[in-house]
Design a protein around this ligand. Sequence first.
Ligand code: NAP
Length: 306
Amino acid sequence: MSEQVYGRVALIGLGLIASSMFWAMKRAGLAGEVTGYARSEETRATARKIGLCDRVCDSAREAVKDADLVVLCVPVGAMGPVMEDIAPVLKPGATVSDVGSVKRHVIEAVQPHIPEGVHFVPAHPLAGTEHSGPESGFAELFDNRWSLLVPVEGTDPEATARLRALWEGMGANVDEMDADHHDLVLAVTSHTPHLIAYTMVGVADDLRRVTDSEVIKYSAAGFRDFTRIAASDPTMWRDVFLTNKDATLEILGRFTEELFALQRAIRTGDGEHLHDYFTHTRAIRRGIIEAGQDTDAPDFGRGQKK
Ligand code: NAP
């Protein structure tokens, strides 16, 4: 059992990330009481049924009342309006954080509504699955994964340190990063790869082969992993691309250049270029495994997780 970090935590939005946070906080005893709110009656009913949150509230304002920490766990495009709604009832000295996959946009949408005397410490756990909703979370999601804190200028270091303690208590490794750098790094490591997966599945669908039993039967980790990624939540990913536009377009431009170079190597039969390229990329994969961010199992260890 870790020590309690916050007396009362409010989770706004009760999907994959919020539910995993709840179970991870409970596992380590990090919060006294956790309240929760989700937009739909259906999600709130499911949360009550499965015991997600100590108290599920019928409004965001009710959930955040007297909370020491409020975490916005809604899609990136919904962060601003949710923050505007809860701002008048926040407790003085409370901290507001979020888990959005894009940081510059969230800061611009949320910060103008942060009341005097309330701290704002944006965050982003680099952990997820293709599942969503209140029943998709599990306590181990953040174990040995990174959670990035993106404190804005002038943030009280104590508020940041406390949030760091919460994420560490939930099993994550924590780093701090500037918002623009975060958005560029994530465009490379997550956003563009998702777009490529969506495209690849779209291409296979265009050829009307996705549902062919052959494609499914013989789709070993390559195509099968693309379909898994391409099953991710459409609302979340629409918002990611709409709000991390510049960085994603920059990386896509570079990606296209590299793709053309490989295309040319294939056309001209330049085996040396292909071999050198693949040798280099294989070394990168080994580096990821050595850094403990994935396993060497054929299914990348995902079979053991939800
Ligand atoms: P999720 O499972 O789809 O859950 C989203 C939650 O937000 C639901 O409870 C939903 O309520 C609520 N919501 C949606 N639109 C809303 C709106 N306009 N106003 C109020 N509430 C709204 O999503 P998630 O995967 O947990 O993602 C939440 C956040 O974490 C996103 O910002 C995402 O970028 C970030 N994130 C996701 C991952 C990942 O892999 N999934 C990883 C890291 C960070 P209803 O159920 O009632 O509709």
